[in-house]
Design a protein around this ligand. Structure first.
Ligand code: SF4
Length: 327
């Protein structure tokens, strides 16, 4: 994509397993096993899957917070793993992250002013009075005010703490924000307020989000496109409305079947509920990694790994069935 903000090619992240005094390598955890992703400015890509499927590890690699095993990550056309540290530091302004736990991601000994000032200082955006004005502007943007400047994180509710985390992420005027399960520790009504705030900021500041969640409802609401991850791989990727209307992968179908329905007429129509756990990524099943849990498994699935193919415009699927199911 020529106008890509972010392009990820064949990203792999394996963690070695070492045992004993001499730390002999005894295997590899294939946390992320060859994924491709892209994002254009102002777009939200939802990354969904059960916990342990590699979503957060992929996000940390994309931000260069973890080294890659192999692969390439381009931000505005520049491959970030080849950049010297000084250039990477400049680029960090444009690539930010909002963490799952707003409490542990804020230093309890720093005031709100000091927390939000930090990136403004590091990136030399403003000094003195101008810096404080910038902090107040950011607080106002996220629904807080100058009266919160001198307070500490423990004086805030979970939702307010997440607002502080968002203000800090916005301090460098980023173009991309990775939202790593940003509302999973919040009550439903507070979570909805934070999601609405993120949507409003996206429109106002033309932000792109890589939004990670295991909550399919939320992903549907916030995403333009959705990628479904299973055991370190993307198994389906499509525009959100297409993926939710015509899911192709049995794993996606099972995840959607497990979402509680609002319409009482649909509640009795649960089918193909997902059984079993995500297999061990140290020793994934041969062929299609999903085959031990798949209701449609065929002999070929146990020996041949299906490639991710475009089976309809902008709809990619890694399954030997190669068909979409309207629901
Ligand atoms: Fe199921 Fe086979 Fe498709 Fe894998 S490739 S999801 S086992 S039908």
């Amino acid at each position: 994509m020529d106008n890509s903000l972010l392009e990820v090619k064949n990203l792999k992240k394996y963690f070695p397993i070492e045992r004993g005094f001499l730390r002999h390598g005894t295997g590899m955890v294939r946390a992320v096993d060859g994924i491709d992703l892209s994002l254009v400015p102002g777009e939200t890509l939802g990354l969904v899957g059960e916990s342990g499927c590699g979503k957060s590890t992929a996000a940390r690699c994309i931000l260069r917070l973890l080294p890659l095993t192999t692969g390439e990550v381009y931000f505005e056309g520049r491959e970030i793993f080849g950049l010297p540290r000084t250039q990477m530091r400049k680029l960090r302004r444009a690539m930010q992250i909002i963490f799952q736990d707003p409490y542990s991601s804020l230093n309890p000994r720093q005031t709100v002013e000091s927390i939000i000032s930090e990136p403004i200082k590091v990136h030399r955006i403003a000094k003195g009075k101008a810096r404080q004005d910038k902090v107040i502007e950011l607080l106002t943007m996220v629904g807080l005010s100058s009266s919160h400047l001198k307070r500490y994180p423990h004086e805030f509710s979970g939702g307010q703490r997440q607002r502080i985390g968002i203000a800090r992420a916005l301090a460098g005027s980023p173009k991309l924000i990775v939202c790593d399960e940003p509302v999973s520790s919040l009550d439903v009504s507070i979570a909805a307020q934070i999601i609405n705030l993120l949507q409003e900021l996206k429109g106002r500041l033309r932000l792109a989000y890589l939004f990670i969640s295991h909550d399919l409802r939320m992903i549907e609401y916030i995403s333009d496109r959705v990628a479904v991850m299973y055991l370190g791989k993307i198994v389906e990727q499509a525009r959100a409305e297409d993926l939710y209307r015509r899911p192709g992968h049995p794993y996606t179908q099972s995840l959607l079947d497990a979402v509680p329905k609002n319409d009482p007429r649909e509640r009795g129509h649960r089918k193909k509920l997902l059984g079993g756990d995500v297999p061990n990524p140290v020793n994934p099943p041969p062929g299609c990694h999903f085959h031990p849990r798949c209701a449609h498994v065929m002999p070929v699935c146990k020996s041949e790994e299906p490639a991710l193919k475009e089976i309809a415009p902008d709809h990619f699927l890694a399954c030997h069935l190669q068909k979409l199911e309207a629901i």
